[in-house]
Design a protein around this ligand. Structure first.
Ligand SMILES: [Zn+2]
Length: 277
């Protein structure tokens, strides 16, 4: 009886033991299978994230390329950060006696922006980025005046400048053109670094010279803020003999930092600062 009782008991334990070993082996196999599957999933997910990132970068590049309005760019010019210091002379002097190198336009990166009034303007890429940063600060500084400034005329091609000269000569006469309009090849606007802005006060765009000149408080704020962002006032009051133009508070010129602060602190015209007066 005792044996009879013992044997089944031993058998049962053996069955339990075998079953346990079998389950353990199966379990290990199962775990290792899950583990490798999970690694694969992680890898796939990483790959897919990388692909997504690559595609986002490509999309960004395509988008930024699409905004470039130049017909042809060399490889370095379209290459992001290399653009900011790719040999562009941000202190380039253009006036009635200094003509802009016709090749200039092939060496800079021009980008399009939409101004607050929904118009497309074209600006050199680094100058535009600096202006957009400045606008963030000006938004709060000009808020007490219920005012903003908006980009108006920025980059103009040599051909466009010639059209303006021709039209203004017909409409306003040669004297006016001599006073206010640069000849083709002699306009800072051909550099992509000159930004004409207009004030918008109480929701009203101020477009005439007289309306704009009357905004002295607004210009003080803009002119004090802009050197930090690389902009100078190009046509200073009472310096027509040197710059060739009367005071234009709206014509901002990008020269980069820290040059803009040095020039502003000196109180000199760009011509004097460069020793070209
Ligand atoms: Zn201008």
């Amino acid at each position: 009886m005792g044996d009879a009782l013992k044997r089944p008991s031993n058998l049962a334990w053996m069955v339990v033991l075998v079953a346990f070993i079998a389950l353990s082996v199966a379990n290990v196999l199962l775990l290792s299978s899950c583990s490798s599957e999970s690694d694969e999933q992680t890898e796939q997910s990483q790959q897919s994230t990388q692909q997504q990132q690559t595609s986002e970068v490509q999309q960004t590049e395509q988008a930024s390329e699409a905004t470039v309005t130049q017909t042809e760019q060399d490889a370095t010019a379209s290459n992001g950060s290399a653009t900011s210091n790719n040999g562009i002379d941000y202190l380039v002097l253009v006036n009635k006696t200094h003509e802009l190198d016709p090749n200039w336009v092939n060496e800079i990166e021009l980008v399009e922006a939409t101004n607050q009034r929904g118009n497309t303007v074209v600006v050199e890429s680094e100058a535009l980025a600096a202006f957009e940063q400045m606008q963030e600060e000006l938004a709060s500084e000009l808020a007490p005046l219920n005012a903003t400034i908006d980009l108006n005329s920025c980059y103009r091609s040599r051909e466009k400048q010639q059209e303006i000269v021709d039209t203004f000569t017909v409409d306003y006469g040669e004297d006016y053109v001599e006073q206010y309009v640069a000849q083709a090849g002699h306009s800072e606007h051909e550099t992509g670094l000159a930004l004409d802005v207009i004030p918008i006060v109480d929701g009203v765009e101020l477009l005439t010279n007289d309306e704009m000149l009357a905004q002295t408080e607004l210009w003080d704020i803009v002119h004090n803020t802009m050197p930090k962002y690389g902009f100078i006032l190009r046509y200073l009051p009472d310096q027509e003999a040197i710059t060739g133009y009367q005071y234009e508070p709206w014509h901002l010129r990008y020269v980069g930092t820290p040059a803009a602060q040095k020039i502003a602190d000196s109180g000199l015209t760009l011509e004097e600062y460069l020793g070209e007066a």
